[in-house]
Design a protein around this ligand. Structure first.
Ligand SMILES: [Zn+2]
Length: 385
């Protein structure tokens, strides 16, 4: 008996709950799905940014390695230039010495020819050979004089030729030394050149990697921009949907809101034009009021409504937007913690978040906005300031 009563009560409750749930479920699903898509876009944006940063790090690492190798290549090139200069100098020396050798050879040849000519001339003038000259001696002493004369002439000529041969040999020694030096340098050059080729190949490889990383960065930057655009569009779609909203149950009757930051110490910034406290840009329009309050204290829903967004919202940091119906909405920025999620119904005065300083903010405070048909208005009168 008693048991049955409990069961039927439960059934009744279940029915009532499912019915009321059904009436708000489509609204909830819409907000939740937009919020999901915003979160996804935000996540994609962050992932792209992470990849870009990682790629840039990789690139910087390779660039610094490449710089070192480039420096080594420069040193090797300087070495090659030096070796080339030595080889060049040696080759010039070799050419010069070879010319000298040739000159000596010519001289030796012509001296030899002269010598032979003189010998022949001697023959011709006297119409006789050396032997005849000697045989024509009139006495033994005359024979020895003649012999001595012939000997002196031939010895002198031979000495001149021998000296030239000796000089030529000296030049040949120098030439051979130069050839040896040149060949040694050529060997050294081929070693240095091999080393340089290896480094050149390494640099080419690194250049290929860098160009691949650059392509990756370009791609991720595109993805980042696309995600950012989508995120903005979705956030705008929430804002514009606020202007046409007539949902969220009870209609807004224009009464005063619950003060959203009960632990407020002071109002740190008014609605309207001012100097931005972070960027320092003058006359920047401030779209809400800043209520300075201790970190982690309660942020209350100004009135009953449906949460349109609860998540990261750029400069607003962790942000909540509540749709109160009839085109009235409130925004709560810079929270340290969010206690509601998109699509959820909230009651007037419900704790929806904790005071923080997320996004573009100088210290813990609530940035509170009142939106009428999607446009901001001075929130001060709405919260009794
Ligand atoms: Zn503010």
């Amino acid at each position: 008996m008693y048991k049955n009563k409990i069961i039927s009560l439960c059934l009744a409750f279940t029915l009532i709950f499912s019915c009321s749930f059904l009436t708000i479920s489509s609204e909830k699903a819409y907000s939740a799905s937009v919020q999901d898509r915003i979160n996804q876009a935000t996540q994609n944006k962050k992932a792209a940014l992470d990849k870009i940063n990682k790629s840039k790090e990789q690139k910087a690492e390779i660039m610094s390695k490449k710089e070192k190798i480039d420096h080594e290549i420069d040193l090797l090139q300087a070495e090659l230039d030096e070796i080339d200069a030595i080889i060049n100098e040696a080759e010039q020396g070799i050419a010069q010495k070879e010319q000298e050798i040739k000159d000596y050879e010519l001289k030796i040849e012509s001296n030899d020819a002269d010598f032979r000519k003189r010998l022949r001339a001697m023959d011709e003038n006297n119409s006789a050979s050396y032997i005849d000259i000697l045989l024509e001696a009139k006495s033994l002493s005359d024979f020895f004089i003649r012999l001595e004369t012939v000997r002196e002439i031939t010895e002198h000529d031979q000495a001149v030729i021998n000296e030239m041969i000796a000089l030529k040999k000296g030049v040949e020694v120098i030439r051979n030394e130069l050839v040896l030096k040149r060949d040694e340098q050529k060997e050294a050059r081929s070693l240095v050149s091999d080393k340089k080729s290896v480094l050149d190949a390494k640099v080419a490889e690194q250049n290929a990697i860098i160009s691949k990383i650059n392509n990756d960065i370009n791609l991720q930057e595109k993805l980042y921009e696309e995600s950012k655009k989508l995120e903005e569009q979705l956030k705008n779609s929430i804002r514009s949907s606020l202007s046409t909203s007539s949902s969220a149950g009870s209609k807004y009757k224009g009464g005063k809101f619950v003060f959203p930051a009960p632990s407020m110490i002071y109002m740190s910034s008014e609605y309207g034009y001012r100097t931005h406290p972070v960027t320092g840009v003058k006359y920047k329009f401030h779209s809400g009021v800043d209520l300075a309050a201790p970190q982690g204290t309660n942020v209350l829903a100004a009135d009953a409504g449906t949460v349109r967004m609860a998540g990261w919202n750029g400069g607003y940091g962790y942000c909540v937007i509540i749709d109160h119906g009839d085109g009235v909405a409130t925004l709560y920025g810079h929270n340290s913690k969010l206690l509601v999620s998109a699509g959820q119904s909230v009651s007037r005065g419900q704790v929806i978040a904790k005071i923080g300083s997320t996004g573009v903010s100088t210290g813990p405070h609530l940035h509170f906005e009142v939106l009428i048909n999607g446009s901001t208005t001075n929130p001060a009168p709405y919260i009794g300031l």
